[in-house]
Design a protein around this ligand. Sequence first.
Ligand code: NAD
Length: 388
Amino acid sequence: MSYSRRDFLSHLSLGLGSVVALPGLTMLDNTKRLSSAAGLAELPESEKLGVALVGLGRYATGQIAPALQETTLCRLAGIVTGTPRKEEEWGRKYDLPESNIYNYETYDQIADNDDIDIIYVVLPNSMHAEYSIRAAEAGKHVICEKPMATSARDCQRMIDASQKAGRKLSIGYRLHFEPHNKEMMRLGRSEVLGNAEQMSGTHSFPLNDPGAWRLDKELAGGGPLMDVGIYVIQAGLYTMGQLPTSVMAWDETQNPENFPEVEGTIRWELNFPKDAVLYGESSYEDRGNNFRLEATNGWAELSPAYSYSGIRGDTSEEPMDFPQVNQQALQMDDFARCILEDDRTIVPGEMGKRDMIIMEAIYESAETGREVSLDFDKEEGYIRPLAE
Ligand code: NAD
């Protein structure tokens, strides 16, 4: 069942009783977050913040543009594409003025376009840094897709550019706005199920297309870890609410001949304080989409855990019962709210850099066969607050 954002808000106001509240806990904070995003009344179309999408591939076409038809604080205002056919198709479909349609040669001219407030970078991974930095230099706020870049160094350059421009930078971590994942955050950090001892997660899908940019190290930066394993790392950190201290990892590619440039399968153990551990796996040779928390007095599980819709959750106490939401619409509206209220996004560039540091350590461990310590300085160690 797919709910629109408006359906979800009306569902919340009608049926809060259906939301699971485990013993000893107050109602989870999803409602608070949503009502705070909705706390700003829907803006008239002309006042919504304008979003321009850069890179009109599968995610932009299938998820982000449709989600922008459901947002209340921002709207699809422009596109950047290298394909003339898409200029015409998108222009017609979304009623975009010609002045808001750009290609890669004219990209920097967006600086002169007051109709566009936010640039959303949906390009292959290694292009994120350049296009996000140029967007900040054009005076625009930026949403950049995950993984934020292909090195922690590039992530820092992006953070610096947005700070220098006085603009905001956020990463497309949509699951921070998804009710089942938010419940997992709350359960992991609370005492209700006891202390978190062990977590495990898999995010994998078969990828057999030799021409895919995802298999090209230059464009992708890495394999399934950078593409989808990052969700398992994210889940581990938002469930623990703590930074990991070290990692051990293994490249377990089954058919190396199919993966000359990036790993086909990778497995890792991410260690947290008090002996808690996340067992993670990600592969282009298998299928998997789950996350499980084992705590001293119980467990909680999401399966599937990371999908656009259809996420389901269960716990040792009772099943989770939350509606499906339009994650991308909530994510973009929350960023628009942050801009309008000059608030800090809960998914900032610092979080993207933190994850990149962890993934670089995973690759280092897989390559050297040694455990790699993780030591974050204060700014690198961003953890999203729970109560938002
Ligand atoms: P895609 O291949 O479908 O689209 C990539 C787009 O970039 C295409 O429009 C392509 O024309 C354009 N492009 C420009 N220069 C290119 C070049 N040199 N090589 C290849 N393509 C080039 O990819 P996608 O699945 O839409 O992924 C785009 C980004 O979005 C990736 O960073 C990916 O990790 C991210 N993503 C995020 C989610 C999510 O749930 N948050 C889901 C899917 C993808």
